[in-house]
Design a protein around this ligand. Structure first.
Ligand SMILES: NC(=O)c1ccc[n+]([C@@H]2O[C@H](COP(=O)([O-])OP(=O)(O)OC[C@H]3O[C@@H](n4cnc5c(N)ncnc54)[C@H](OP(=O)(O)O)[C@@H]3O)[C@@H](O)[C@H]2O)c1
Length: 344
């Protein structure tokens, strides 16, 4: 009897253990799904946190990872937007579905067609893999948590503050905000300023400056802008204190901060009238499928092709699923703004 097809996967068997490579049966895509042969996998901070602390892992063994790019191998019933051979990027949703076939850290992954985008020829696989989580989280921050419109015409005169603009999520939030017609104020280290101006920030401060928040407030005053909305891509006490400081100066009745981390840091006071909400990036593939379809099918491929949206720089940490552990270690040690990527 012929052996069913299988592929290597990087499996986490217990908290704080290293990933081990195991052979897994390669699944077939179900209705609405796509089977992708991964050519690049990107690693996110949440991946090392799950490995180190066991957070958001209901049971072991588990396969980590959300960000892939590769080639479509098979499409499931009712999928018409993609065909075998297409180059794609996609958001692997095992984080939410707990289905190991839908995790990124392996050679083949099943993803939903609704959170898959065609990768234009000018974008490499390693560039494509940097996008899914950053796009999902920044989209949820701006268009779901903050409730800002996607259409540029409706945002005329609205400003947004992006703190941690150098990070993957922050850099993507800057670009999506600019494409949505928002005026962007951002905080990032000085060495990132030229890049972030190119992505669409109108005003930049160095977050390590003790006057960073005051400088944003006076720049907005001078320009006659009101900053009622903010995305805090870092969401620690260091970042939330100045972000709250800026947003609380707004005269708007609706002031809101979208933050990437769930826990509110001790010692940071949230004044009355300022709302804050944790962004759940993975809801892009579930509660906000409408947003995911708009982004992945209608606008992202076009923006990438035209150079209107650019991927984060990459740090290729190795080749093959065996290199994923090195990627996790690199992130845990404190990587810079380059996205850690493994090529396959
Ligand atoms: N809620 C969600 O759904 C969700 C989704 C994705 C990520 N996250 C979380 O969001 C955070 C960012 O993720 P990421 O992948 O975008 O991170 P990342 O790309 O690894 O961020 C690294 C960058 O953060 C910047 N940074 C560090 N401390 C800062 C501070 N105090 N103020 C301003 N910038 C600072 C640094 O930029 P400089 O080079 O300017 O110093 C650094 O290069 C992580 O905690 C991650 O777990 C949450």
């Amino acid at each position: 009897m012929e052996k069913p097809p299988s592929h290597p996967a990087a499996v986490l068997q217990a908290i704080a253990s290293n990933l081990v490579i195991e052979e897994r049966k390669t699944p077939l895509p179900g209705p609405g799904d796509i089977l992708v042969r991964n050519h690049a996998i990107a690693i996110n901070p949440v991946d090392w946190k799950r490995q180190a602390w066991g957070v958001l892992i209901p049971s072991f063994p588990v396969i980590l990872g959300a960000d892939i790019s590769g080639t479509v191998v098979k499409v499931g019933e009712s999928v018409t937007a993609f065909k075998p051979g297409d180059r794609v990027l996609g958001f692997a949703d095992a984080f939410a579905t707990h289905n190991h076939d839908r995790a990124a850290f392996q050679e083949y992954t099943v993803i939903s067609a609704t959170s898959t985008a065609l990768l234009p020829e000018n974008i490499t696989f390693k560039q494509g893999a940097t996008l899914p989580t950053a796009v999902a989280t920044a989209s949820m921050a701006l268009f779901d948590v903050l409730g800002l419109p996607r259409e540029a015409a409706e945002n005329s005169g609205t400003s947004v503050l992006i703190w941690g603009g150098g990070s993957s999520v922050g850099s993507m939030a800057i670009q999506l905000a600019r494409l949505a017609g928002l005026k962007v104020y951002a905080a990032a280290s000085e060495r990132q300023h030229k890049r972030l101006r190119g992505l669409g920030s109108s005003f930049l401060v160095d977050y390590s400056s003790p006057t960073a928040a005051a400088d944003v407030i006076s720049a907005a005053d001078r320009a006659g802008d009101d900053i009622a909305f903010a995305v805090d891509a870092i969401s620690t006490a260091d970042s939330l204190a100045p972000v709250v400081g800026v947003v609380s100066k707004s005269t708007s009745p609706k002031k809101k901060i979208a933050r990437t981390l769930g826990a509110w840091p001790e010692g940071v006071v949230l004044p009355d009238g300022v709302e804050t909400q944790h962004i759940l990036g993975n809801e892009f593939t579930s509660r906000r499928v409408d947003l995911s379809v708009w982004m992945c099918h209608d606008v992202l491929p076009k923006w990438l092709e035209r150079g209107e949206l650019v991927p984060q720089e990459q740090n290729v940490v190795g080749g093959g699923v065996g290199a994923l552990q090195r990627g996790l270690d690199v992130l845990k040690e404190g990587a810079g703004s380059e996205k850690a990527v493994v090529e396959l």
